[in-house]
Design a protein around this ligand. Structure first.
Ligand SMILES: Cc1cc2nc3c(=O)[nH]c(=O)nc-3n(C[C@H](O)[C@H](O)[C@H](O)COP(=O)(O)O)c2cc1C
Length: 190
């Protein structure tokens, strides 16, 4: 049974909604198991992130989906602290051949989200992971459309400052990515 772990940082809950939609997509594939892991600032001391139970869950997963809000055109600092803390795993190539994917949320329509997804994919490549993109065409640019931000490297979501809930199109795009990761992990495990 392929295990899919979703690891993310979210300050005000939007990126968490994307993470939960990805989990929904994973659960639509029979025989897969999903877990959600939130990176929190309380696990960062003197700039170093540490949480043994999250690392153990990621080590035991067949696929890891990485998610962070876009801050200043890249990772949120809290997520970068997590990424850097996993450098020892990289040295051992402990995540080699796991399936990887990524997502980001930001306020700007562009907001330079692609840079964040590029960073997530490069991190996965350094780990020797198999990167999976959205592989879904953009239905159009309005909020209810699937992949309305035309992102193929990973799932993008965008909300305005006064918007509590992510839009239906972004929600659906995240479900599609979760389903695809679960399907790829299932095939890769055979
Ligand atoms: C320090 C900081 C930097 C930000 N930089 C960007 C940015 O470069 N582009 C953008 O579109 N939004 C930017 N934002 C808005 C965040 O992307 C938005 O608050 C975040 O996606 C909300 O996600 P969350 O609810 O999961 O925390 C920034 C927000 C903060 C706090």
């Amino acid at each position: 049974m392929p295990k899919i772990a979703i690891v993310y940082f979210s300050a005000t809950g939007h990126t968490q909604q994307v993470a939960e939609a990805i989990a929904e997509g994973v659960q639509s594939v029979a025989g897969t198991e999903v877990s959600l892991h939130r990176i929190v600032g309380e696990d960062i001391h003197n700039g170093r992130w540490s949480n043994d139970s999250i690392v153990a869950a990621l080590d035991g997963a067949d696929a890891i989906v990485f998610g962070t809000p876009t801050y200043m055109g890249g990772y949120a600092g809290q997520f970068k602290a997590f990424i850097d803390a996993c450098g020892g795993i990289w040295y051992q190539q402990g995540w080699k051949d796991k399936v990887g994917a990524g997502f980001t949320h930001s306020q700007g329509l562009s907001g330079d989200k692609l840079n964040t997804l590029t960073g997530l994919s490069i991190n996965a490549m350094q780990h020797g992971m198999i990167w999976v993109g959205t592989a879904t065409m953009s239905e159009g640019a309005t909020p209810e459309k699937t992949n309305r931000l035309s992102s193929y490297t990973g799932a993008m979501a965008q909300s305005n400052m006064d918007q509590q809930t992510i839009g239906s199109g972004d929600h659906q795009t995240a479900i599609i990515l979760g389903k695809r990761v679960a399907e790829v992990a299932t095939r890769w495990n055979k």
